[in-house]
Design a protein around this ligand. Structure first.
Ligand code: FAD
Ligand code: NAP
Ligand code: SF4
Ligand code: SF4
Length: 474
């Protein structure tokens, strides 16, 4: 029986290089790596050596025989990936070592301490003698790995053990509670370092431009997540959870996290890293149903298959999708299989995944009472994809809490250029355009997409650019 990659996979590809028979794909050099929702083990080629289990920072790899009933779907998902034959070199491509002139003298400052910063530091530490100083504005390091990842995803949050190991290197110096751009400038950092890597993430969110967003009871998932994870900027917030229904606008993985936290038995969260104020509020919550509303169809939903599988295995929570939406998917689509299986699970609370609803207004006097949507329908496009168009109908969904979950957004960094359209810092392979010594990695470089491990290859590209520039500098 082979090994199987499960839900907590964050796509950092550590397992790829541990596997002696190169049966874990896509590898970072393969074209589908950046779009894959996780990595997959070829069940036919796996020789069950277990090397990948030790390499995985989030305990995502299990032996087939030890999968729990709700994890069985991952055996299918791994096998399905290899249904069509794919070229498989005997060995995974080696990662080329950095060639550095005077590497022992290299001094680099990194701004931020989230996953992108950690992977950049890890890469720099492969250079003998190089030193790294990390500046973090908060008193607690590791960015969204601490303040974003849901508290019930303890295996994923375990990636911070790897980050602790990186910062424990004597060549790394971590300065907490120091905001670059306020306490110190780019100029100040350049006085003591050869280069500065900005890994400041995407601290704010996209705003929904519809009437009613100022009403009490309307908020953003960004703030709600930060609140339940105890982020110091958001600990003062309070949410009225007394109404029976909440509506979440947008259906990415963050929306699923929030829907799960709002509906799961709070006692399952006790003992996790959830903030005590949030646990207390959830224990007194009256919410019975959360509606997650996507503006396109089920086939175009932003959430990933592993996260949907996780959602559908939340104990005591029923996940509901109308037949008309399920019917739009091919019968063998993994999302259809997961949702059909989920129908057997009943619970005291429900998550309704609804589709083809474009938000048009938030209704109420002082407080939100309902969310209004314009209905849409799917139409086939000439290229074979499905488009949406208004169908002239309106839907009003009563709600005591309405959260927008329509994506995170980067903020300008003092002293660096900023592209308002993409909310990123313009760069060329990580080199910031027009600012000597400045580099970017992570969400401020690519925009707010991708998993924790996606930031690893992103940081490696930036460090390669930095080293190439250092090698040719005076
Ligand atoms: C709610 C949520 C849940 C997620 N869950 C998962 C998951 O389960 N699995 C998964 O694989 N991926 C998950 N992701 C994605 C993952 O968290 C991101 O890919 C990753 O955190 C991005 O890394 P980053 O380093 O670019 O940014 P961040 O993690 O945001 O780190 C940026 C850091 O920079 C600091 N900073 C900002 N400005 C300054 C400044 N001026 N000076 C000093 N410090 C500064 C910030 O305080 C922060 O610590 C989740 C994302 C979100 C939003
Ligand atoms: N467990 C995990 O691995 C995990 C957990 C959380 C987050 N993450 C990652 O973090 C990244 C950010 O996640 P996210 O959920 O914040 O963003 P996201 O995946 O980009 O989803 C944003 C959602 O908002 C919708 N939207 C955008 N603008 C809208 C508008 N004006 N009106 C209505 N809906 C609108 C999008 O719809 P359209 O699709 O129609 O544009 C989409 O459903 C993602 O890459 C995600 O995978 C991973
Ligand atoms: S168990 Fe061994 S052979 Fe199988 S995927 Fe993991 S490393 Fe590769
Ligand atoms: S998290 Fe990394 S090591 Fe673990 S299964 Fe996913 S890609 Fe492999």
């Amino acid at each position: 029986m082979p090994h199987v990659i499960t839900q907590s996979c964050c796509s950092d590809a550590s397992c790829v290089y541990a596997c002696p028979v190169n049966c874990i794909h896509p590898t970072p050099d393969e074209p589908d790596f950046l779009t894959a929702q996780m990595l997959y083990i070829d069940p036919v080629e796996c020789v069950d050596c277990g090397a990948c289990v030790t390499a995985c920072p989030v305990d995502a790899i299990k032996h087939d025989g030890s999968l729990s009933p709700v994890e069985q779907i991952f055996a299918d998902l791994n096998a399905d990936f290899y249904a069509a034959p794919r070229p498989r070199p005997l060995l995974a491509p080696p990662v080329p070592a950095l060639q550095v002139r005077n590497g022992a003298q290299l001094r680099v400052a990194i701004v931020g301490s989230g996953p992108a910063a950690m992977y950049a530091a890890d890469e720099l530490l492969t250079i003998p003698g190089a030193r790294v100083r990390i500046y973090e504005r908060l008193q607690t390091p590791f960015g969204l790995a601490r303040f974003g990842v849901a508290p019930d995803h303890q295996r994923t949050r375990g990636v911070t053990r790897q980050f602790e190991h990186i910062v424990s290197d004597p060549r790394v110096d971590v300065v907490l509670g120091t905001e670059i751009g306020a306490a110190l400038s780019h100029h100040d950092l350049m006085a003591e370092h050869h280069a500065v890597i900005y890994a400041v993430g995407a601290a704010t969110d996209r705003r929904l431009d519809i009437p009613g967003t100022e009403l009490a009871g309307v908020g953003t998932a960004t703030e709600f997540v930060a609140w339940y994870n105890g982020h110091p900027d958001h600990a003062h917030r309070s949410y009225d959870l007394s109404g029976p229904r909440a509506v979440i606008i947008g259906n990415g993985n963050v929306a699923l996290d929030v829907a799960r936290i709002l509906t799961m038995d709070p006692e399952l969260l006790a003992g996790t890293d959830i903030a005590p104020h949030a646990l207390n509020a959830l224990r007194h919550s009256g919410i019975e149903e959360v509606v997650v509303a996507g503006r396109r169809g089920l086939g175009q939903a932003a959430f990933t298959v592993p996260e949907l599988a996780g959602l559908c295995s939340t104990p005591g929570v029923e996940v509901v999708v109308a037949d008309e939406h399920l019917a739009a998917l091919p019968a063998d689509d993994p999302r259809a299989r997961i949702l059909r299986t989920a129908r057997r699970q009943t619970g005291d609370r429900r998550i309704v995944l609804d589709f083809l609803l474009a938000p048009s207004g938030l209704l109420g006097q002082q407080r939100v009472q309902a969310v209004q949507f314009d209905g849409r329908e799917l139409i086939p496009a000439p290229d074979g994809s499905m488009r949406v168009k208004p169908n002239g109908e309106q839907r009003t969904v009563p709600a005591g809490l309405a959260l927008t979950s329509i994506g995170y957004r980067g903020r300008p960094v003092p002293g660096l250029p900023f592209d308002e359209a993409t909310a990123t810092v313009p760069h060329d392979a990580g080199r910031v355009s027009g600012v000597r010594g400045a580099y970017v990695t992570g969400w401020i470089k690519r925009g707010a997409t991708g998993f924790i491990g996606t930031n690893k290859s992103c940081a490696q590209e930036t460090v390669r650019s930095l080293v190439a520039d250092y090698n040719v500098s005076g």
